[in-house]
Design a protein around this ligand. Structure first.
Ligand SMILES: Cc1cc2nc3c(=O)[nH]c(=O)nc-3n(C[C@H](O)[C@H](O)[C@H](O)COP(=O)(O)OP(=O)(O)OC[C@H]3O[C@@H](n4cnc5c(N)ncnc54)[C@H](O)[C@@H]3O)c2cc1C
Length: 422
């Protein structure tokens, strides 16, 4: 089978790219191993809602139509939204087609799947940034009496044994799961590393509204001093809830969650936490207030009077005088550990020499270091908003433009010949 471009992955990123390829009359298919929006269908916990408001899921040619723009979609609503987008745009998706290998073939590519082989000129990897839950190697030292699971395995508290739970990681996933499990009656201890604290609502507006309006989410990858660092910044501590509540370390402390420092080691059945908790929290408070300063400066020049309330600041994160530096896992205090320590992409099927030491694709703003190969949906790919649903449209616009120039500059005769030979 031949086509000009194979897009791998029918999440919102692959579908946004498909829309732009269609607009540019570039022949393509979208190969998807499951159903459209497969990650949202199979890899998320039951109670999860998007932490971006409904209005902030703008896809090319498609926006929010409902009467609750400030609400937060449930998983069912998110799946329906992305599936409706695929249908509305008539994206050429081939579902239940697992890509098992991508190889160079002359100046094009060969894409092997469990449904046959594709030849093409260009490939877009839109397979997601969160295919595998990252678990540190020291998990191997956890005694076998303790249950362990990742956020991709977690569905709801009922699947856990009764007893204490240690959640490692305090970004969006960790704080949401810690909150839910603690409320189920299982006492939670939360190990807190570097994190990004933000309020849900500031001066009467959603924090995402502010970051969008003030241009923070549009910052480009080539305007950032340290893009490697920016791509590794943890997710914002946020939850999407009908009441627009702020979920941060203070609200977790208020319901009885115990905060401890970053996981430092596990030795002879004892988990050790670093003594840096106070510093990490102070740094997160400082950075949050810097963001609010940026917002206030931006707002000062605008006619938002009456629409927003005056600037104010939030209480510092409360930290116990001497948080425990260790827990003996053999004493029964902890029954389960949840590793909310981040996610990474899976390119184990990519047989093109473009991966760095850590298994990430080497690229410049989504243009991979190999001709004709493109990337979508990675944190800060081209803009701060790149990993959000709302960021895919602009990235797909730019990258499909590059892809088109590549085809017309180098390879169009062959692409046309292949299309003619189908
Ligand atoms: C817990 C969590 C919460 C999030 N919350 C929000 C939020 O509130 N708002 C927001 O804007 N973003 C959110 N995100 C970020 C982002 O929107 C998601 O990561 C999103 O799923 C990324 O979209 P994508 O299209 O790049 O990848 P995915 O949605 O992961 O789509 C990739 C697709 O590729 C397919 N695929 C993978 N490998 C293969 C293969 N070998 N062959 C064929 N198909 C393959 C997968 O089945 C999948 O359908 C969240 C992410 C996570 C993990």
């Amino acid at each position: 089978m031949h086509t000009t471009t194979v897009v791998i992955g029918a999440g919102h990123a692959g579908l946004a790219m498909s829309w732009w390829l269609g607009r540019r009359s570039i022949d393509h298919v979208v190969l998807e191993r499951g159903e459209v929006a497969n990650s949202w269908r199979t890899e998320r916990w039951d109670s999860l809602r998007l932490l971006t408001p409904n209005w902030q899921s703008r896809l090319p040619g498609y926006g929010y139509q409902g009467d609750d723009p400030d609400g937060f979609r449930t998983m069912r609503e998110t799946i329906d939204f992305i599936a409706r987008y695929a249908a509305a745009t008539s994206a050429p998706v081939r579902t239940h087609t697992n890509v098992t290998a991508v190889r160079r073939n002359g100046d094009g590519y060969e894409v092997a799947t469990d449904q046959g082989l594709w030849q093409c000129q260009t490939v877009v990897l839109a397979t997601g940034a969160c295919n595998i839950a990252q678990v540190p190697a020291l998990a191997e030292a956890v005694p076998s009496t303790i249950d362990m699971l990742t956020p991709m395995q977690y569905r709801n508290p009922d699947q856990l044994e009764e007893g204490g739970v240690l959640v490692i990681g305090a970004s969006a996933t960790g704080i949401q799961i810690a909150d839910e499990i603690h409320r189920s009656g299982r006492p939670v201890t939360l190990a807190v590393g570097e994190h990004v604290r933000v309020p849900r609502v500031y001066r009467g507006k959603d924090i995402q509204w502010w970051m969008d309006a003030a241009g923070v989410l549009d910052e480009r990858y080539d305007q950032i001093d340290d893009i490697v660092r920016a791509r590794n910044v943890p997710s914002l501590q946020l939850v999407g809830s009908p009441e627009r509540r702020t979920l941060d370390l203070n609200s977790l402390t208020a319901i009885g969650v115990k905060l401890v420092g970053r996981l430092a080691g596990i030795n002879e059945g004892k988990v050790q936490f670093s003594g840096s908790l106070r510093n990490l929290c102070a740094l997160a408070d400082l950075k949050m207030h810097r963001l609010l300063d940026t917002i206030d400066e931006w707002a000062a020049g605008k006619t938002l009077n009456g629409e927003v309330s005056p600037p104010h600041r939030f209480d510092p994160t409360e930290v116990a005088a001497s948080p425990p530096l260790g827990i003996d896992l053999q004493r029964g205090q902890i029954r389960t550990i949840v590793w909310a320590t981040g996610f990474r992409p899976d390119y184990s099927w990519l047989e093109v020499p473009v991966l760095d030491r850590k298994g990430h694709v080497r690229h410049d703003g989504g243009v991979a270091d190999v001709p004709g190969l493109y990337l979508m949906g990675i944190p800060f790919l081209r803009r701060r908003k790149s990993s959000l649903i709302d960021g895919a449209g602009d990235d797909a616009h730019d990258l499909s433009g590059h892809l088109m120039s590549y085809l017309t500059g180098n390879s169009i005769p062959r692409a046309v010949a292949q299309m003619a030979g189908r």
